[in-house]
Design a protein around this ligand. Sequence first.
Ligand SMILES: [Zn+2]
Length: 271
Amino acid sequence: MTGGRDYQVEGLVIRNAAVGERDRVVTLFTRDEGKLTFVARGARRPGSTLGPSVQMLTRGRFQCVRRRGLDLITQAVTVDSYSKLKADLWCMSCGFYLTELVDASTVEGSPNRALYDLLIAALSTASQGGCTEVLLRFFELRLLQYVGFCPALQSCVNCGAALRPEENSLSIDWGGVLCPECSPLCSDARPLSLDALKVLRFCLANTLDTSCRARLNDGLAREVEDHVYRFMSSVLQRDVKSRGWLQRLRAESLLTGHGEASTIADLCESG
Ligand SMILES: [Zn+2]
């Protein structure tokens, strides 16, 4: 985005609000410019050519005009509307959750290319193969890594001892895993099972595709989710609204690809 009044950006719509009778305020997450907010005039008008391209979870190339206040989106070409993702309630809800995490963890105009690539890869994977619990955890852990708050998992963050294959604990205040001897020293430490530690390490050591081959049983999935979300919420400093909706979908058993036998132990024996 260099000089001149007109410019083009490519990005994903991560926030979208109606304004006035015909317009939308649209927030894009772009690879090169980070998060940017625009006005899309007339996008709510019936038959608007702009309307479909500025819907949530749509990736496009946007023609923009610089002006005082919010810049305008004047034209757009959709690159990917993630129609398969949006056809499934669980997957679409996961997509909203991932975009809300990105929105909450970024500031306007500050690029994070690794996070952009992660978001696009996660949406593509979820579109093709569904959105598993491991995909969500992989995304959250990598997001924590890319914003500098990844939990330390290799050795005890207090004494430095190598972690033994037993129950340890995880602390937000101390930023990682504590061995059983050090756990009582930390008031916010929560028990971390060996399998949960393996899942966390596995996601941080492998690609998205490899990680998504893992399936977690319900108990392990909840334990890992609770641990990772505690870190997420301490970084974001706010509630993530779409998480409540995901929890409701799970509770109502609308979840797809869930409840399968755990294979994480086989996949991460080296962990
Ligand atoms: Zn220790």
